[in-house]
Design a protein around this ligand. Structure first.
Ligand code: 5GP
Length: 117
């Protein structure tokens, strides 16, 4: 069950501040508080969803598509498209997901290490 009081739900509701990169009625992109790379941005759809599968299965294709189109826009805005970047989405226990609201990590701005897959 979705936890309405997870930290990203609070950020989406404006109860906790964040350093925004992009926001519209459907999604929010903001800098990670504990960056794992020179550029580390998190992207969240505003609709309640626990992880990737939950987001994709519960929503219309247009909402899902919009989120990934906005991810493109943010990658362009961050200026990391040409040199490259990494997109990650952790899910559940094995994925070591910390915050139970679906999010993608956008990492870049430098050479990334610890490539496992
Ligand atoms: P996960 O492990 O769930 O994929 O990643 C959660 C991410 O959220 C972590 O990288 C962590 O640093 C970030 N994070 C946790 N709390 C906050 C917060 O209050 N503000 C921001 N901007 N990022 C947070």
């Amino acid at each position: 069950m979705y936890d309405e009081n997870n930290i990203f739900a609070k950020i989406i509701r404006g109860e906790i501040s964040c350093d925004k990169v992009y926001e519209d009625e459907n999604c929010l992109f903001f800098y990670d508080i504990n960056p794992a790379a020179k550029i580390h941005v998190l992207g969240v759809p505003k609709t309640p969803c626990i992880d990737y599968v939950d987001f994709v299965s519960k929503n219309e294709t247009s909402i899902v598509s919009d989120f990934f189109k906005k991810t493109n826009l943010v990658i362009e805005k961050l200026g990391i498209k040409d040199d490259g970047y990494r997109l990650v989405s952790n899910s559940g226990k094995h994925g070591e997901q910390e915050v139970p609201h679906f999010h993608i990590h956008i990492l870049g701005g430098e050479q990334l290490n610890q490539k496992k897959i």
